[in-house]
Design a protein around this ligand. Structure first.
Ligand SMILES: [Zn+2]
Ligand SMILES: [Zn+2]
Length: 134
């Protein structure tokens, strides 16, 4: 549930509402100006799933494993709750942080790009469906 301004789970700076793909102007993500991660709410994940030809404009680098291993707190939920780590089957360098409660997903800078380059967007949505079944 969106309760006001959200802060980056890594940097604690305010997230900025962006439309990362000009071809899909109704898909929003909240992006961190410092670490370039993205928060995708459930409705935007569902919208993305309808178009697997998505071309996101950003090319970033995935952070090192020790940074990915940090436990993050959901930026959307109050009271605070930790995000679950979900490894992508197709690319073990990609670790998603997903909220069991609001079903939002945090992607570190570069992860969304990596997912799309490898053609493993279905893996992302498998992870989301896994959360929804709980
Ligand atoms: Zn950040
Ligand atoms: Zn949440």
């Amino acid at each position: 549930m969106y309760l006001g301004p959200m802060n980056c789970p890594r940097c604690a700076v305010p997230l900025v509402d962006v439309t990362p793909d000009l071809a899909l102007p109704d898909v929003h993500s909240l992006s961190c100006p410092t670490c370039h991660g993205h928060w995708l709410a459930q409705k935007d994940l569902e919208r993305l799933e309808q178009d697997t030809e998505v071309r996101w404009l950003e090319l970033r680098h995935i952070p090192p494993p020790e940074l990915q291993a940090e436990l993050l707190t959901c930026p959307a939920c109050t009271p605070a709750r930790h995000l679950n780590k979900i490894e992508s089957h197709a690319d073990r360098k990609v670790v998603l942080d997903a909220c069991e409660h609001c079903h939002g997903v945090w992607l570190d800078g570069g992860e969304l790009e990596a997912i799309q380059q490898k053609g493993v967007i279905p893996a992302l949505f498998d992870a989301v469906r896994f959360l929804l079944r709980r």
